[in-house]
Design a binder for this molecule. Structure first.
Ligand SMILES: [Zn+2]
Length: 647
């Protein structure tokens, strides 16, 4: 036997010492786990013995400003399986696949998973759930779950948005206010023995916390007026899409935002275009997702465009506020304006507008007038006003995905760029930016933030939270604002906006016909911005028609649509018409007395109204009309629709 050398002894000592130290660490760790983390470890062991059954909270509703439900939560049923309790895999899988309309191989794999509990289907309707429950199959259980429903299906779809399979908001207000709407999940802890069987006596229930109800600024009635008008306009003009936004210019509350085409919120993953639907199965996943994303787009905030002539209201306001013009200033149009070596045409070229006051220039929408105002202002001041009116930054609207405007930097604005900018070309903004800026012009000069959220209430209607949107800075004088309202009213009564003229009401407004880029492709956006009553506006609205076929002028295409929605909205919000004698003579031929339709079915009510030449639309669902607007006995224009309330 070889003698161990001193060196080897030393090595051994070091090893032993190391081993002892190591053991000490492990032992200490055990003590630490037992005494310090003991509770947590026990909890984990407990969890392994239990099956957590989550209880979904009720997702809060989205309501309109009058409490009408736009997005609601309904209780439905979820079918789950406890794999260890399944006695006949094949029979169970076949039964579930057939009853729930699922793939049998998928169900078979699911119920053989080595987990305590597996979810087979959610959002199962009550009748089918009752069948499954009654079948009493070993290991199969039915729990209550919740489902989101949208009673108005496609109304304001791009604004309201929808939820995913886990009830989480993934678009629109559903996404923006998810943290308010979602609530907190509860749990049922069920203790089981080692074989996975429930020990009935050991149940513990942690109640879920329901989400808050979001009260919005939307008005279902105004929204429906807008929806009908934009659908009709897009269809009759053969346009690709259209948009109507209606809001309160005093405080930024949005009453309606209607995009058309829209989509069914109860079925948001089905394409709304028949041509695309026909070849849907040939699409790659990317193509499908692109098509859906484009269907979900909200033209008001997700896309930018060249505003064209509606933008002239900003050039006018800046000119008046800076004192480089007065309403009476004289201008001359010879069909174009020379800028450097360029000859930039008036829309009327080769015709001219000749000599005109500034007010007449706005009524005529004469480009040379605005180019000259721009020259007097200079690029720096001009850009400062765009900034003040919020056209260089996002509006701050409470929806995700707001697009940024595309505007030249000051150093890149030469005389030609400035000239074209004064009449709304060579830069891009969103429709919402235009309307928010226009609001400031007509509300006395105050910046506003367009928004949808008003307050949060609980299930019993108790107020939990109010959203504060204070009036912003005053950016132009009250006097300039007054002057602009008068000028813009004359555009509707005497100028290019006369197609929106509405007897009995004073409307202000401005039309635009924007040529889409690249120029010369014959594609246009026809638009019309209007506010009423002109002296103290309660509503401001924007109508946009993208690529109308045939006649594409803003005044001709969008003017009558504006007239139609204003003729419905103004009586609804309580603005009484005041007719001149001449107006009354015309209007009195087209009036009807509203009959009483309360208590009638929808068919009976429609028939009674049709007899006096009036149409109607419904709010809510039910067997008979509970309330009507306007009330019976009132005299209305035959084009004003009667609203039938069913709840
Ligand atoms: Zn002109």
């Amino acid at each position: 036997m070889q003698k161990t050398t001193i060196l080897e002894k030393r090595k051994l000592m070091v090893f032993l010492a190391g081993a002892i130290l190591g053991l000490g660490i492990i032992f200490g760790r055990l003590l630490y786990i037992e005494f310090v983390h003991g509770e947590a470890w026990q909890e984990m062991a407990y969890e392994q013995q239990t099956r957590d059954r989550l209880i979904s909270p009720n997702r809060g509703s989205i309501l309109d400003r009058n409490g009408e439900g736009i997005a609601l939560t309904e209780t439905v049923n979820a079918v789950s399986v406890i794999p260890v309790q399944v006695t006949d895999v094949e029979a169970t899988a076949t039964y579930l696949a057939t009853t729930l309309d699922l793939d049998v191989d998928w169900v078979t794999a699911k119920i053989q998973e080595k987990v305590a509990l597996v979810r087979i289907d959610t959002k199962v309707d009550s009748e089918i759930a009752a069948q499954v429950r009654a079948a009493e199959i070993d290991g199969v259980m039915v729990d209550e779950d919740i489902k989101r429903i949208y009673p108005y299906s496609d109304m304001a779809s791009q604004v309201i948005g929808f939820v995913g399979s886990d009830n989480q908001g993934i678009l629109g207000l559903e996404a923006k206010y998810d943290s308010i709407l979602e609530g907190e999940q509860g749990k049922i802890l069920t203790l089981t023995d080692a074989r996975g069987n429930e020990v009935d006596s050991e149940q513990e229930r942690i109640a879920p916390v329901d989400g808050g109800n979001l009260v919005t600024t939307l008005d279902v009635v105004i929204q429906q007026y807008a929806e009908q008008a934009i659908e009709k306009a897009v269809e009759t003009k053969g346009a690709t899409r259209g948009l109507i936004v209606v809001m309160n210019p005093q405080n930024g509350e949005i009453y309606a935002m209607a995009n058309y085409p829209n989509f069914d919120l109860n079925d948001p993953f089905t394409i709304n275009d028949a041509d695309l639907a026909a070849i849907w199965d040939t699409f790659s996943e990317t193509e499908k997702s692109d098509a859906l994303n484009s269907m979900w787009r909200n033209f008001a905030i997700n896309d930018t465009y060249e505003p064209g002539s509606t933008f002239k209201i900003f050039t006018s306001t800046a000119g008046l506020e800076e004192g480089v013009i007065t309403p009476e200033s004289i201008f001359y149009c010879n069909g174009y304006h020379i800028v450097g070596d360029r000859r930039i045409k008036c829309w009327r070229y080769p015709l001219t507008h000749g000599s005109q006051t500034f007010v007449e220039g706005v009524q005529n929408s004469c480009n040379p007038v605005f180019m000259e105002v721009g020259e007097r202002l200079g690029a720096e001041t001009f850009l400062e006003y765009m900034d003040q009116f919020g056209l260089l930054e996002k509006t701050g609207i409470d929806l995700a995905g707001e697009a940024s405007s595309i505007v030249h930097q000051l150093e890149n604005i030469g005389p030609v760029e400035l000239a074209t900018m004064t009449f709304g070309q060579s830069f891009q903004i969103t429709p919402m930016q235009l309307l928010a800026g226009a609001s400031a012009i007509v509300n006395g000069g105050y910046q506003i933030t367009p928004h949808f959220a008003k307050e949060v209430v609980d299930v019993d209607g108790n107020l939990l939270e109010t959203f504060a949107y204070e009036k912003g800075e005053q950016i132009i004088s009250t006097e300039t604002s007054e002057q602009m309202k008068v000028i813009l009213e004359s555009v509707v009564s005497e100028g290019t906006g006369n197609k929106a003229y509405l007897a009995g009401y004073r409307l202000g407004g401005k039309t635009a016909t924007s040529e889409k880029l690249p120029r010369g492709n014959g594609k246009y956006i026809a638009s019309f911005m209007s506010f009423a009553p002109a002296e103290d506006p309660e509503v401001i609205a924007l109508v946009l028609i993208d690529e109308p076929q045939g006649v594409y002028y803003g005044g001709t295409v969008a003017g009558p649509i504006m007239q139609e929605i204003m003729s419905n909205i103004l009586p609804y919000i309580g603005v009484e018409p005041i007719y001149t004698e001449a107006e009354w003579e015309e209007v009195s031929k087209e009036l009807a007395i509203v009959p009483n339709v309360v208590g009638l079915t929808v068919a009976e009510a429609q028939k009674a109204l049709r007899e006096v030449g009036i149409t109607s639309f419904s709010v809510g669902e039910g067997d008979m009309v509970k309330e009507q607007f306007p009330p019976s006995g009132e005299q209305i224009h035959v084009e004003t629709q009667v609203i039938l309330y069913f709840e």
